[in-house]
Design a protein around this ligand. Structure first.
Ligand SMILES: C[S@@+](CC[C@H](N)C(=O)[O-])C[C@H]1O[C@@H](n2cnc3c(N)ncnc32)[C@H](O)[C@@H]1O
Length: 226
C-alpha cells in the first residue's frame, strides 16, 4: 500500500505557508498549529519546561517548524535560549516565521533557516553537526512518511534517525509528535539505526468521533546513544 500524499510534497507546504502568511498580515492569526485538538503544543511545551527549564536545553532545534508557533510558545513561556532555531524545507514557511519574529514582541533570539535536513548536501545539516541538546518534531516525520522522495535509495523515514542523531549532542533528546505512527511504530522507526534510544512518552486521551476511535497523537522522547 502506498502512503504518498500531497502532504508529503514541498509544493504543498509552500502553498500552505504562502497563504497563511497573507492571512496573517490581514488578521494577525498565525494559522494552523498541528494537533492542537489534542492539546499537543501545550503538552510538549510544559514537558520541555519541566525537564529542561529556561536556558538549559543545550540548544534547541524545531524540525519542520511551519509557522514557528511552537518556538514562539516556548519563548513566551520563558524558555529563552541563545540557540533556538526552526528549520523547514519550505521557503514560504521560513519567510512567514521570520516575519512573525520581526513583528512580534519578545521573539528576538529565535532564528529560522531553510533546510531539507534529510539531504546529504544540506548546508544547515553540514554546519550543525552535534550542535543541539534538544530537537523537537511536531508533524514533520508524519509529512516525511507521506513523501515518495528517496535519499540514496532510502525513504525519508529510513534516513531520518541518522540525520537527526548527527545534529544532536551526546545524550541529546529528540521529542517527536506524530499521528501517522502509533507510539510503538514510532519507537521502531526512530531506533532502527541504533543511534537513538527510547526515553519516555507523553500520554494523550483517546478520542472518538461518531462511535469510531479517532487517530491518536503520540509524543515520544528519544536520547542519542554513546
Ligand atoms: C504537518 S507540518 C507541521 C508544522 C509544524 N511543526 C506544526 O506543528 O504546526 C510538517 C512540516 O514539515 C515540513 N517538512 C516536511 N519535510 C521536510 C524536510 N524534509 N525538511 C524540512 N522540513 C520538512 C513541512 O514544510 C511542514 O512545515
Amino acid at each position: 500500500m502506498s502512503h504518498t500524499s500531497i502532504l508529503g510534497t514541498k509544493k504543498h507546504w509552500d502553498a500552505v505557508y504562502s497563504k497563511e502568511h497573507i492571512l496573517y498580515n490581514q488578521t494577525k492569526d498565525i494559522g494552523e498549529c498541528w494537533y492542537d485538538d489534542a492539546d499537543a503544543e501545550d503538552k510538549i511545551a510544559h514537558f520541555i519546561l519541566t525537564h529542561f527549564g529556561p536556558g538549559k536545553t543545550g540548544g534547541l532545534c524545531d524540525l519542520g517548524t511551519g509557522n514557528g508557533h511552537l518556538l514562539f510558545k516556548l519563548s513566551q513561556l520563558g524558555l529563552h535560549n541563545s540557540a533556538m532555531v526552526g528549520i523547514d524545507y519550505s521557503s514560504a514557511s521560513v519567510s512567514f516565521a521570520k516575519d512573525v519574529v520581526s513583528k512580534g514582541p519578545d521573539l528576538e533570539g529565535i532564528h529560522f533557516y531553510q533546510s531539507d535536513f534529510l539531504r546529504n548536501d544540506d548546508t544547515f545539516l553540514g554546519n550543525h553537526s552535534g550542535k543541539f541538546g534538544l530537537i523537537i518534531d511536531k508533524g514533520t516525520l508524519d509529512a516525511i512518511f507521506l513523501s515518495k522522495e528517496k535519499y540514496q535509495g532510502l525513504t525519508g523515514v529510513e534516513v531520518y534517525p541518522h540525520k537527526v542523531a548527527s545534529m544532536m549532542k551526546r545524550n541529546g533528546v529528540l521529542l517527536v509528535t506524530a499521528c501517522n505512527f502509533t507510539a510503538d511504530e514510532l519507537i521502531d522507526a526512530v531506533t532502527k539505526t541504533g543511534e537513538l534510544e527510547y526515553w519516555t512518552r507523553l500520554e494523550y486521551p483517546v478520542f472518538e468521533f461518531g462511535g469510531r476511535k479517532g487517530s491518536k497523537v503520540c509524543t515520544v522522547g528519544f536520547r542519542r546513544r554513546d
